[in-house]
Design a protein around this ligand. Structure first.
Ligand SMILES: [Zn+2]
Length: 383
């Protein structure tokens, strides 16, 4: 039943036949289980003429219930509020000073949440769950942020319990790359995929792996940490102590540093994008080099995992084909031919919202899972 409820929650407007296809269960089984879910008040049907053609809708708790998705980055926070059908009711991004403390960062996110709730006509008490993305490896057993976290002030923090206290809500936490992958899988360029690699090329390179339709965390929760794959043994020293890591080549700080000698210290990624668009050969070359460097790592990932799709997001991905063209070329040259032919390499369709939308998906999954506790089911059925 959990699979069926998850499918209905994550895909608005499915019919019973659609649910049968997605869950690979027989129509008769789906029909029986949907009837049981309706009896418990967890699912209702709307519109349409005949039973199996009517669209299904998940119902848990009060209809005004909502979830919160928060994406903390190196220098930003993005907050979104969504209803239990996964519709984003409002979202907002703000710049944060670098290395802001945990409490101050959460206070900013809470103030943004209050504004979004007010705009959506919701109360604070309507929020029942939060999902939070952080730019570091998260130990899945303890929910602890790893020491390699880009946000130094968060390293070693037991994130779920600390954030639960600060937000006054149940909180589930995951690495932001994993959440970007989940967001793109459910609502973006990864829809319909079972095996997906997501890369976010920003201050560092965040990545998330979807294997068999699920986020792959690995034994230590660090799966997808591609930012410290060394692509040049004699390259620049990295903050991790190695040389020539992917971060030191395509992370926005290194990317801009390379061009600042020519274009001045005030150069931004947006300006490089504009110049590349105008045909500036150096800026175009910088994107092409970044594409080749990413291609080296993605070719290895294709050999290891043979994904159906690679979705590239983050600031540098805004260069579109200027970066994706060289990236595809490198993958075609370096990956096993069959794996290279099988993979589609696309730009993110959710852009800077992918991680926040993934955080909302994580929160919705937690709500679905908790609805199977006997007390929650009884509460929902009475709503
Ligand atoms: Zn490194």
């Amino acid at each position: 039943m959990e699979r069926i409820l998850g499918a209905i929650r994550n895909n608005a407007g499915l019919t019973q036949a659609d649910v049968a296809r997605r869950t690979e269960l027989s129509r008769a089984t789906v029909s029986n289980l949907v009837a049981e879910l309706e009896r418990r008040g967890l699912v209702r049907t709307r519109g349409g003429l005949r039973g199996s053609r009517r669209a299904l809708e998940a119902v848990i708790g009060r209809t005004s219930n909502a979830v919160l998705g928060v994406d903390f980055g190196h220098r930003h926070v993005r907050v979104g509020v969504a209803d239990l059908g996964g519709r984003v009711l409002g979202d907002e991004e703000r710049a944060l000073p670098q290395d802001l403390g945990v409490e101050e960062s959460c206070a900013e996110a809470s103030a943004m949440t209050a504004r979004l709730l007010a705009k959506a006509g919701l109360q604070r008490s309507d929020l029942i769950q939060a999902g939070v993305g952080l730019p570091g490896p998260i130990d899945q057993g303890l929910g602890r942020v790893g020491w390699h976290a880009i946000l130094h002030r968060w390293a070693g923090l037991e994130a779920s319990s600390t954030l639960r206290e600060l937000f006054g809500l149940p909180v589930v936490v995951d690495n932001d790359g994993n959440l970007g992958a989940l967001g793109e899988l459910r609502f973006g360029a990864g829809r319909g995929c079972q095996d997906l690699v997501y890369l976010n090329v920003g201050t560092g390179v965040g990545a998330g792996l979807i294997i068999g339709g699920r986020v792959h965390h690995g034994a230590a929760g660090t799966a997808g940490e591609v930012s410290h794959i060394s692509i040049d043994p004699y390259g620049q020293l990295c903050r991790c102590g190695n040389r020539g890591c992917l971060d030191t080549v395509v992370g926005t700080d290194s990317f801009l540093e390379m061009l600042r000698g020519t274009y001045g210290d005030e150069l931004t990624v947006s300006r490089v994008l504009e110049l590349a668009d105008l045909g500036d050969v150096r800026c175009r070359r910088a994107f092409a080099d970044a594409g080749h460097a990413l291609g080296v790592v993605i070719a290895d990932l294709c050999n290891l995992l043979s994904p159906q799709r690679v979705v590239v997001g983050g600031m540098l991905a805004q260069a579109g084909e200027v970066i994706l063209g060289p990236l595809r070329e490198t993958v075609a040259q370096r990956a096993v031919p069959a794996a290279a032919r099988a993979v589609e390499i696309l730009s993110s369709t959710l852009g800077g919202r992918a991680e926040m939308i993934g955080a909302i998906c994580l929160a919705l999954d937690a709500v679905t899972a908790s609805s199977w506790r006997p007390d929650a089911v009884a509460g929902a059925a009475g709503a």
